[in-house]
Write a new protein. Structure first.
Length: 572
């Protein structure tokens, strides 16, 4: 219908109502006679992050935790209602477990397991009665955990038979079950009929040795040190494998104790400045299971350990898009070992020229050895660090600047074979060049090691090292489905030095004065040699990556990356 005609037809009362009705039913029908109005501005839809922030504000306002909270809500939100925590205990016991098969088949009926893991954590505002009320500015959290454990460890090994302990190898066989002859090294001599043009064989021996009569070592031929050491070796107690193999089985308890806590404190100086401090501490003991119940115990030594760390973070919120975080930290961990029993056992065995706090190591393949190697040691690792990270976002660009410095310290005392170490193999009692002859335990009884050593460490070593990093990273959102990232790091690391220059190495460019040839030992801090043997290491580390969503579906993302990195000098 033409609106102009309607106006001409209805000029009386009610005409205005008709016109308004037509305008409502047919929007724009009066466009020829009325001026068009611009559309109202539509509000920008909230992002997911903005919705989450708004929801958090509503929740904390209703809980009475904000300055604009209703008075009734603030009254209900007392300090006590802001504390949270829990108390827990994890309990395990062998009465709840089936006995392991390896225990049952050896005739035992129990396998020890006692484990308690317990602790607590609590968090809330820091309140010191009559002194300080953290309220909405200062919060703490404290966690503690402890472990108390005793658990059985089962071992199945091969040890000398009762006959072999006295020098009787008449029943000793090779792994294939054939008789294993042993020979007297004191009778070694050249074979005048040896043909060097032919390989060594039973019919073409280079050296000749006489076998022990009856494959038995005489009592007068057994070394006195070996004779005193054998009683500390337990006898066989099982018959699992063929040919007297796997003849020693033991179930031994291991104990583990640990305690640790983590404390953290957050303080908001203002809305833009926040401090966070953290302290971690732990200590414990690993009381290792024993193979023997004698001073010749060959298992791992007991280990004590402690760990401490302290950190401080300062976060400065410059704006909604710019943030700076500064962090400093220090940590220390100490690990020390000690034998279960100490004494001058070398002197008790009659070993001269050796003194130490533990039983000497006697290794004789294929049997379980005696003695525990390096029973005494102590290592402290200390790390000091600071870092600063500046992050900002400008439009589609997110930029991050990083600076980092770390100083490492390792103080170590690890003397190795402090009470002597002796290795025995079949070579000394074999027919030279012939397999399946001779035996390592027979060589031990004769007191004829193939290798022996003693470590003398007069003082600890104090190693130092440093590391630095300067980096720039940028992330560019090309469009909603494509993001590019690039970065460039400058890594600087220094070589290892020792606090008192107690380091040496072989320099292939130094002329040896003894023979005039290149290759001689150099010592740090002497004869023009610096404290370190390598230069300062400085390297650029580039990186680039992309993230592409070609289908516009969040379930399909194509990623690609490239980076080049370098390792610093190892402080060990």
């Amino acid at each position: 219908m033409d609106a102009s005609k309607l106006v001409k037809m209805r000029t009386g009362p009610g005409a205005l109502e008709v016109c308004l009705l037509m305008a409502a039913v047919c929007p724009g029908s009066f466009s020829q006679t009325q001026t068009a109005q611009p559309p109202a501005a539509q509000p920008k839809p909230e992002t997911a992050m903005e919705k989450a922030v708004d929801e958090f504000k509503i929740l904390t306002r209703n809980m009475g935790l904000r300055a604009d909270s209703p008075r009734s809500a603030r009254k209900q939100a007392s300090v006590l209602t802001q504390f949270h925590g829990r108390l827990y205990e994890n309990w395990r016991n062998d009465i709840l477990d089936a006995v392991p098969h390896e225990i049952v088949q050896r005739g035992d009926q129990k396998s020890l397991l006692r484990r308690n893991q317990f602790g607590f954590n609590v968090s809330g505002p820091l309140v010191i009665p009559k002194l300080y009320n953290g309220g909405r500015r200062t919060f703490f959290s404290l966690s503690y955990e402890a472990v108390r454990e005793r658990i059985s460890r089962s071992f199945l090994n091969t040890i000398p038979t009762d006959g072999e302990r006295t020098g009787d190898f008449s029943r000793t066989v090779s792994p294939s079950g054939d008789a294993l002859p042993i020979y007297d090294p004191a009778t070694t001599r050249l074979n005048p009929n040896f043909d060097p043009a032919q390989p060594v064989s039973v019919s073409n021996l280079q050296y000749i040795r006489d076998p022990f009569p009856g494959n038995r070592i005489g009592a007068t031929q057994i070394d006195p040190v070996a004779a005193k050491a054998v009683p500390f070796y337990p006898g066989p107690n099982a018959a699992v494998g063929p040919f007297d193999q796997n003849n020693y089985f033991i179930v031994s308890p291991e104990a583990n104790t640990a305690n640790g806590f983590i404390a953290k404190l957050d303080h908001s100086i203002t809305d833009s400045h926040r401090l966070t401090a953290s302290l971690n501490s732990s200590n414990g003991l690993n009381d290792a299971a024993n193979y023997f119940n004698t001073i010749a115990e060959p298992g791992a030594p007991n280990v004590n350990f402690t760990s401490r760390s302290l950190g401080l973070d300062y976060i400065y919120t410059i704006s909604a898009n710019t943030l700076n975080t500064f962090s400093v930290g220090a940590s220390s961990s100490v690990r020390s070992t000690s034998p279960s029993q100490q004494g001058d056992f070398a002197a008790q065995l009659g070993l001269t020229g050796i003194s130490g706090p533990s039983f000497p190591v006697f290794s004789f393949s294929p049997y379980l050895h005696m003695g525990s190697g390096s029973p005494i040691s102590k290592t402290a690792n200390n790390t000091y660090s600071w870092s600063d990270t500046f992050s900002t976002r400008r439009g589609k660009h997110a930029i991050r600047l990083i600076g980092q410095y770390v100083r490492y310290q390792i103080n170590v005392y690890a003397p190795g074979s402090i009470s002597g170490s002796f290795s025995f193999d079949s070579g000394m009692t074999s027919l030279p060049g012939i397999n399946d002859t001779g035996h390592g335990f027979a060589s031990f009884l004769l007191g004829m090691p193939i290798y022996a050593q003693e470590t003398l460490t007069l003082s600890p070593s104090y190693y130092r090292n440093q590391y630095g990093l300067a980096a720039i990273r940028e992330q560019y959102e090309v469009r909603s489905d494509l993001t590019l990232s690039v970065g460039l790091d400058l890594m600087i690391t220094t070589p290892r030095v020792e606090k008192y220059n107690r380091q040496s190495t072989v320099d292939l460019s130094t002329i040896n004065p003894e023979n005039g040839l290149p290759g001689a030992m150099i010592v740090a801090g002497e004869n023009g040699v610096g404290r370190a043997f390598q230069p300062v290491y400085c390297k650029l580390q580039p990186s680039a990556s992309f993230k592409w969503n070609p289908l516009g579906d969040v379930n399909w993302v194509v990623r690609g990356a490239f980076s080049r990195s370098y390792s610093g000098y190892p402080i060990y």
